[in-house]
Design a protein around this ligand. Structure first.
Ligand SMILES: *Cc1c(COP(=O)(O)O)cnc(C)c1O
Length: 458
């Protein structure tokens, strides 16, 4: 048995959840067209759909909310956030935004022209969408180890530096208005990037005069992985590691719904004053004045406090320990999982658990539905439903390498007994895995079909 870390907090406010009966769950599934995005939250017992904006705020954050200054311009809340930003990230300029994707939208609007390339280890889907929406070409240059099933690789989120150098030579630095990296790599299982790799990436971008932006959503989790896994960082604080990370970059985008542990918010930061002028203009057009950026003053206080709490090492040890606990326990009961455990989520290899269901019949969808049917648990399919697409030349479906189901852990929200419940439900599913059937899609939108398509069981 693996050990669940002790929570470095106790519970002072509770939100009731209930387990509805199996017949009501079956009706809910039918009503939703077997798409778990169509379920009401009251129909779900353990909700592991996402870790975005679903965490629990602390007493300090809630009291910060009461101190929020709602002045339109120059609010005290903005000043407090600004001080925290300077202390942790050290960029010369920043603006708050209402989410991560708003920061991405503004950055792409001011820096990117049609036909240009934006390399990264792996773009998250909103980043990719925002680049494409401006006619740009997002390019993923993740290291080969990312696809290995060796559980002992410490930094599977790293960029392949040779690929990056070759890519820049090939398309020309003049066609790359910015370069990025995502820490931790959300689309690649929440796997971290090492500081050594970040230094290499920074050096290459600098040499080619390409501005380097970090997608910083889970920078604190990444900093703690560096502290515990990278030689030379054991005695450094996560704050010192974060400062070192961002000293290598020219700017950052962030969804504060992740490592700032708030329910809404984000930011866009940079050093270049000319770029910042353009960002300010675009922000005022789209989001709001530069000292609030589409948020209430109180939200800025919650972010300022959350950014510091997100770096606390007892919290991070608990957070990453919880993810590791669920990964190891699932493995113990025979569930194939991606290893090593990442930061924010556990990834089940549904294709390996349900080898009798072909990719065209969506093994990840089958497992997602069964987790809800068996235990009112909501995870999300990240496989052939989310990622298969028809080849533009032949029309033939191109399927992803793996059919995964992600169980994302909201921050400071569920306890060990909740996770043990998840493990028990999956243990029951493993025993009857042979009897699970696939699905057919009977209605789908043209883009991002997994959010709204309708299924029929086979
Ligand atoms: C969540 C996320 C985003 C987008 O942020 P939103 O707040 O959901 O708009 C971008 N990049 C990564 C890595 C993320 O995890």
């Amino acid at each position: 048995m693996s050990i669940h870390p002790s929570e470095p907090f106790r519970i002072k406010m509770v939100e009731p959840i209930q387990l509805i009966d199996p017949e009501t769950r079956e009706k809910a599934l039918q009503r939703a067209g077997y798409n778990i995005f169509g379920l009401k939250s009251d129909e779900v017992y353990i909700d592991l759909l996402t870790d975005s904006g679903t965490g629990a705020m602390s007493q300090e954050q809630w009291s910060g909310i009461m101190l929020g200054d709602e002045s339109y311009a120059g609010a005290r809340s903005y000043q407090r956030l600004s001080d925290t930003m300077a202390d942790i990230f050290g960029f010369k300029h920043f603006v708050p935004t209402h989410q991560g994707r708003a920061a991405e939208n503004i950055l792409c609007a001011v820096i990117l022209k049609e036909g240009q390339y934006v390399p990264s280890n792996m773009h998250f889907d909103t980043t990719e969408g925002n680049i494409r929406a401006r006619g740009g070409r997002p390019t993923n240059l993740i290291c080969e180890e990312a696809f290995s099933d060796d559980p002992n690789i410490p930094f599977k989120g790293n960029m392949d530096l040779d690929k990056l150098e070759n890519f820049i030579q090939e398309v020309g630095e003049e066609n790359i208005p910015l370069g990025m990296i995502t820490i931790t790599n959300n689309a690649g299982g929440g796997q971290p990037v090492s500081l050594e790799n970040l230094r290499g990436v920074s050096e290459i971008y600098k040499r080619h005069n390409i501005p380097f932006f970090i997608d910083a959503c889970r920078y604190a989790e990444n900093a703690y992985f560096i502290k515990t896994r990278e030689p030379g960082y054991k005695d450094k604080s996560t704050l010192e590691i974060a400062r070192e990370i961002f000293s290598l970059a020219d700017g950052a985008t962030m969804s504060a719904k992740k490592d700032a542990i708030v329910n809404i918010g984000g930011f866009l930061a940079c050093n270049d004053p000319a770029l910042f002028e353009k960002i300010k203009n675009e922000l005022i057009l789209r989001e709001g004045f530069i000292t609030y950026g589409g948020l209430a003053g109180r939200d800025l206080d919650a972010i300022a406090i959350g950014l510091r709490e997100g770096l606390q090492e007892d919290y991070l040890a608990y957070r990453l320990g919880q993810t590791r606990y669920l990964t190891e326990e699932l493995k113990r009961v025979g569930v194939p999982v991606i290893e090593p455990a990442g930061g924010h989520a556990v990834y089940i290899n549904a294709g390996a658990l349900l080898p009798h269901i072909p990719q065209s019949e969506f093994p990840g969808q089958s497992l997602t539905v069964e987790m809800y049917r068996e235990g009112a648990i909501r995870g999300v399919e990240l496989g052939s439903v989310a990622f298969a697409y028809p080849d533009p030349d032949t029309g033939e479906m191109v399927y992803p390498e793996l059919d995964l189901v992600r169980l994302a852990l909201p921050r400071r929200t569920y306890t060990q007994s909740h996770l043990d419940y998840v493990v028990k439900v999956l243990e029951r599913i493993v025993k009857k895995a042979d009897s699970l059937r696939g699905f057919r899609i009977i209605k789908e939108p043209p883009l991002m079909r997994h959010f709204s398509c309708i299924f029929e069981p086979l």
